[in-house]
Design a binder for this molecule. Structure first.
Ligand code: ZN
Length: 180
């Protein structure tokens, strides 16, 4: 492990801590005595994703993280929570001794985790993942979610669910440009 300050190879480990996601090590450089932290996690080169068209591609933390960050943009989530979802999914798959996981299943795993965490992020992720194309798709998903919890639809929350849609299109049958 190269020292990030002076580039010397040797460091001594001051402290080693296991967390769910990775092993965190506090190190001190033998040469310049400055301290830094490293995280070790299993390599996921061995994990492949089977896409819906049957193609396989290496599991990409970055890709999954990118989708999650978009879904969770501006949501009040604790720092590191989103990364830990990605890590959990990756590690769970590896732990089960699986070399490959269908992309559909990754989507479902993410949605299960988001549903408990943040409902707005859940709907946003579902909209991309399930390819919502109509406003009604959002409404149905939101209502299903709320129905599950035995709540009534809090109309104040609905605009949060599709912030990109102009207000004029937030009608019950919001098919833009049609029937007019
Ligand atoms: Zn150094």
């Amino acid at each position: 492990m190269l020292c990030p300050y002076c580039g010397v190879q040797d460091s001594k480990v001051l402290d080693s801590r296991n967390s769910e996601a990775a092993v965190r090590r506090r190190r001190e450089c033998i040469s310049c005595s400055r301290r830094f932290t490293t995280y070790e996690r299993p390599q996921s080169n061995s994990l492949f994703v089977i896409k819906q068209d049957g193609r396989r591609e290496p599991f990409s933390r970055e890709k999954l993280l990118d989708g999650l960050l978009k879904a969770c943009a501006k949501r009040p989530l604790p720092t590191g929570k989103i990364e830990s979802i990605v890590t959990e999914i990756e590690l769970d798959s590896l732990r089960q001794g699986r070399g490959e996981i269908p992309s559909v299943q990754i989507g479902e795993l993410v949605m299960n985790k988001l549903r408990d965490m943040d409902r707005v992020a859940y709907i946003r992720f579902a909209s991309v993942y399930r390819d919502f194309s109509e406003i009604d798709d959002f409404r149905v998903a939101a209502e299903a979610l709320l129905h599950e919890e035995g709540e009534r639809v809090p109309s104040a929350q609905l605009p949060l669910l599709f912030p990109e849609v102009p207000a004029s299109r937030r009608t019950k049958r919001g098919r833009a440009g049609k029937s007019r």
